[in-house]
Design a protein around this ligand. Structure first.
Ligand SMILES: C[S@@+](CC[C@H](N)C(=O)[O-])C[C@H]1O[C@@H](n2cnc3c(N)ncnc32)[C@H](O)[C@@H]1O
Length: 343
């Protein structure tokens, strides 16, 4: 695939403002889907319909497997789920974009796996003098972007195109289950950072944890999570990397002053009543699970794990029911991990 620089393919600028409409060549991104139709994939053909730019599974759109082994949807419903997660992080960080103690303002910033560019747009607006880059295998079409944001088609697992010592900050959010070689990604980030620059991860290391026994080990929710994790492992990935394992991996690569902050988002059952911020985080988290459950399950369970479509639908219905059971109290653990490239 031609990994063209998206900034260079910007198609129009509004005369009345400095806003820019960014278009992507979706035939490059989705690259047809004849690999599925030709039977090189494990979907039953009844589940798969194709059109020029995408692959549909049960009404949800997913990336071509030629592109990358990515199991979450790439459609508008998924963008709504990502909006909700963005809101959770905005509330968790109380409006800050990052926690790394960067002296002064960052000049060059990279957002890896940027997708809808929500974080990248916010930081570009907060730091109008900074140059912000977002990379993704399939960034969303943006109706508008700040002039100091460039979006590039890049696979983070390929060789990076950025010169050494470029960035003050590299931000990586919600990529936990999607990277096969974290040490290589960390090494490439280390090289691309300026001395004294920071890498920062925002991610969830678990879907549900429970401290009062109301989420039984044999619950459908636990079965769902465990099975999803088995699928990730089969695809060479690990969901829980960012919290528990990332700090040690970062130190091996050479990062220093590594900080790992963990916190709970009360997702199921009782929610914080007094604190409006925590309550809104809970609501957004639950909503993104309820609305996103089918999309994040279909591809992994059918293609990777070989489940039947009907069984997946049944499971998702039961998962949603348990999520709404007020007697189950469970939280989701978020992690903010950052570290510095030595001066
Ligand atoms: C769950 S989304 C998170 C998007 C964004 N970081 C956010 O927090 O809203 C994961 C993103 O990673 C991208 N992605 C997955 N594998 C990738 C890879 N190998 N290289 C670059 N991007 C990748 C997907 O296309 C998707 O946009």
């Amino acid at each position: 695939m031609d990994r063209s620089f998206i900034g260079a393919t910007t198609v129009s600028s509004s005369a009345s403002s400095n806003s820019t409409v960014i278009e992507y060549n979706y035939s490059d991104i989705f690259d047809g889907d004849s690999d599925y139709v030709s039977g090189s994939d494990s979907y039953p053909s009844s589940l798969v319909s194709t059109h020029a730019d995408s692959r549909n599974v049960n009404g949800r759109r997913y990336l071509s497997r030629r592109q990358v082994d990515y199991s979450f949807p790439h459609d508008e419903e998924e963008e709504v789920r990502l909006d909700l997660i963005h809101r959770v992080w905005t509330l968790a960080l109380e409006g800050k974009m990052f926690k790394a103690p960067i002296p002064g303002s960052p000049n060059k910033i990279l957002d890896v796996g940027t997708r809808t560019c929500l974080w990248a747009i916010d930081i570009a607006e907060q730091y109008p003098d900074a140059q912000v880059f977002g990379t993704d295998i399939a960034p969303s079409k943006l109706p508008w972007a700040p002039p100091n944001l460039d979006v590039q088609l890049e696979d983070v697992e390929d060789d990076w195109v950025f010169p050494e010592n470029t960035f003050d900050l590299i931000h990586i959010r919600s990529m936990a289950g999607f990277v096969t070689d974290w040490p290589r990604l960390l090494a490439q980030s280390f090289t691309a950072l300026k001395p004294g620059g920071y890498i920062e991860f925002h991610d969830f290391s678990s879907l549900f944890e429970c401290e009062d026994g109301t989420l039984a080990p044999e619950s459908v929710l636990n079965l769902w999570v465990k099975t999803w994790e088995e699928g990730a492992t089969q695809s060479g990935r690990n969901w829980s990397t960012v919290g528990p394992e990332m700090p040690a991996m970062m130190r091996v690569v050479g990062f220093e002053n590594v900080v790992n902050e963990a916190y709970k988002v009360y997702t199921l059952g009782a929610r914080p009543q007094e604190d409006k911020r925590l309550r809104e985080m809970s609501m957004c988290m639950l909503r993104q699970f309820l609305e996103g459950a089918e999309g994040i399950t279909l591809d992994m369970f059918i293609r990777v794990l070989g489940w039947d479509k009907k069984d997946v639908e049944d499971l998702v219905a039961k998962v949603r029911k348990e999520m709404l059971n007020p007697k189950i109290n469970a939280f989701t653990r978020g992690h903010i991990v950052y570290g510095r490239k030595p001066l």
